[in-house]
Design a protein around this ligand. Sequence first.
Ligand SMILES: [Zn+2]
Length: 267
Amino acid sequence: MLFLSPGITAYCLILAFVLGAVFASFLGCMGWRICNGESVLKGRSHCDSCGHVLSAHDLIPIISYVKTKGRCAYCNTQISPMNFYGEVILAVVFVLTTLRFDITWKLVLMLFFVCILYLVSVTDIYEQIIPDGALFVAVGFRIAYWVCVEGASWNGALGLLLDGFAISVPLLILVLIMEKILQKEAMGGGDIKLLFVTGMYLGWAQNLLAIFFACIIGIVIGMVQMKKQTEVSEESVYFPFGPAIAMGAVVSMLFGEQMIGAYLSLF
Ligand SMILES: [Zn+2]
């Protein structure tokens, strides 16, 4: 469907980019509000520094930030570039996901999954929390997909549960043992619950690949932060693992099937 004609391809990909940026803007705001105890749906967006209510043209994803060179249009305070980078990243991920799944129901499922991953990354970076509510919504949407698209078979339900538990339960046991030995927290409970959700969306094999990528990403970010830390201060810097899991899950969603296929063809 996506490749019927160059015009349709271009239209769909541009639409995916714009939607990705808009959702990132919305979810970034939602994540911030969850962390600051504000109502998620009520109230208008405002500048955190001067409190000025932002109008529609201040809220255009990516463009507003570039136009004001990353400053508030009213008080000139520097705005964190995190939202801007997030908008670009989610826009690109939306485009890649569209290319990967074409115009199908699976695409809708995976775009929803990517949005949940983005939201929990935002809250994990701000406050080191992965809200249960977001995970419940993700599980609910996956079950709705199983009912409406996959035909709600018992086999499908069993598969879904196995996909969810296959990585998260062994990991939970491993973490509990590690914590007993190290006498300190090894991994947050939110991370394990998140891996249950990624398993339901990716299947157990790709979820295994996702946690493999997450560890690599986590180690790289950890090393960068340790380098920064010795330069700036002695205070320990804590990087939440949630965003690493989210990135690993996205890489696995986009390329996992081919990678697993290529690996298995070696034997
Ligand atoms: Zn301001």
